[in-house]
Design a binder for this molecule. Structure first.
Ligand SMILES: Cc1cc2nc3c(=O)[nH]c(=O)nc-3n(C[C@H](O)[C@H](O)[C@H](O)COP(=O)(O)OP(=O)(O)OC[C@H]3O[C@@H](n4cnc5c(N)ncnc54)[C@H](O)[C@@H]3O)c2cc1C
Ligand code: SF4
Length: 321
């Protein structure tokens, strides 16, 4: 990478990168494959002491990995709902954390983009979603990114200037173009999950048009730590409602010290959708996606609490609030 800088890109499974290259969303003169790196795949450690997932581990492996059951179920759930089996066999966790933010005006063929005059993210001068905006609002569309925040994951980055370990939350920037704090020469060499402190549960819920295929248009990740049936700590993050995953942990505070029940979960869910600000640049109506945020927070919370989903009538009441 040092020899071929700048413009070169790393490629892992290639399931995000190659379609984007075909549509000429990037100009990468050199691709550097990470697949030949030694020890690139696998999971080390355990939930009691903390775990390290090597970035080349495939989504399919993680979706079925016994080491994630229990405390880290949300990560297995997120990996298991990425696109199709074919993508999950090729796609890696490292690549999933770094999916290029998406937009209806950008994830198009070159000729389509040319016909509309291109946009700020590639080849153009203005944002076609918010024409007076100086920034790009492309949407963070990774399923694992909000889970990494909720589980308090960290990542190790190794580059030309050395190695650093940062919270997963610091990997992201609120910008659809300059969306990661990772330098282009840095490789993710490890994704670390902290030791589960006592009993922990987690859940991931994903909204999309076609459940067998599509990117998220909303993702909700929840992680709860328990003491004898009482919630000791609650963390959460939203995906696909902004250019980076959105931390909703502060909105979950009313759950702490509670034995969860329908009312408190519904109250928390109704308030925790506040930072969800979907724009009109992904699938389905952004008004509806906003309304569904509280419904999906509530479903993810109930899942993490081991409670059955609400009936359709109660869910509709929550959406209408
Ligand atoms: C039809 C279709 C549907 C999809 N649906 C979803 C979906 O529902 N949810 C979702 O999250 N994704 C989805 N994807 C995107 C993609 O398939 C997955 O996110 C996948 O996990 C990407 O992993 P990869 O190994 O293929 O990454 P690549 O395509 O190889 O790389 C993606 C990016 O990560 C960088 N990168 C990869 N590994 C590293 C590393 N170790 N260190 C530094 N940089 C690295 C690359 O340089 C590139 O910028 C979909 C893709 C397609 C084509
Ligand atoms: S948000 Fe605007 S600048 Fe960004 S990809 Fe979409 S149209 Fe382009």
């Amino acid at each position: 990478m040092a020899a071929n800088h700048p413009g070169s890109m790393f490629i892992a499974g290639g399931t995000d990168l190659v379609p984007n290259l075909k549509r000429r969303q990037f100009d990468a003169p050199t691709l550097i494959s990470l697949n030949a790196l030694p020890d690139g795949r696998g999971v080390d450690g355990d939930q009691e002491h903390g775990m390290t997932i090597r970035p080349g581990t495939t989504l399919d492996e993680l979706a079925h990995h016994s080491a994630l059951a229990g405390a880290y179920t949300a990560l297995a759930q997120a990996c298991g709902v990425v696109s199709t089996p074919q993508i999950r066999y090729m796609g890696t966790l490292g690549g999933n954390l770094l999916v290029d933010p998406r937009c209806n005006y950008y994830n198009q063929t070159y000729s389509w983009r040319k016909a509309v005059g291109f946009c700020l993210k590639k080849d153009g001068d203005i944002c076609l979603v918010a024409r007076s905006s100086p920034r790009c609002w492309a949407v963070s569309s990774s399923d694992s990114a909000p889970v990494a925040l909720a589980l308090r994951a960290e990542v190790t980055l190794q580059g030309v200037e050395g190695t650093r370990r940062i919270p997963a939350a610091h990997l992201y920037r609120d910008d659809g173009i300059d969306y990661t704090d990772k330098r282009p020469d840095e490789v993710i060499t490890g994704i670390h999950l902290p030791a589960a402190n006592g009993q922990m549960t987690s859940a991931y819920w994903k909204l999309r048009r076609r459940p067998a295929f599509d990117f998220p248009i909303l993702g909700v990740a929840i992680a709860l730590a328990w003491d004898d049936g009482v919630i000791r700590e609650a963390r959460g993050a939203l995906g696909a409602v902004g250019s980076q995953p959105v931390d909703i942990t502060s909105f979950l505070a009313p759950l702490i010290g509670q034995r969860p029940h329908d009312d408190v979960i519904a109250e928390v869910a109704a308030a925790a959708d506040k930072p969800s600000r979907p724009l009109d640049n992904t699938d389905l109506s952004h008004y509806w996606r906003k309304r569904m945020t509280k419904v999906y927070i509530e479903r993810a919370l109930r899942d993490a609490c081991g409670l059955a989903p609400l009936t359709g009538r109660l869910t509709a009441q929550l959406a209408a609030r």
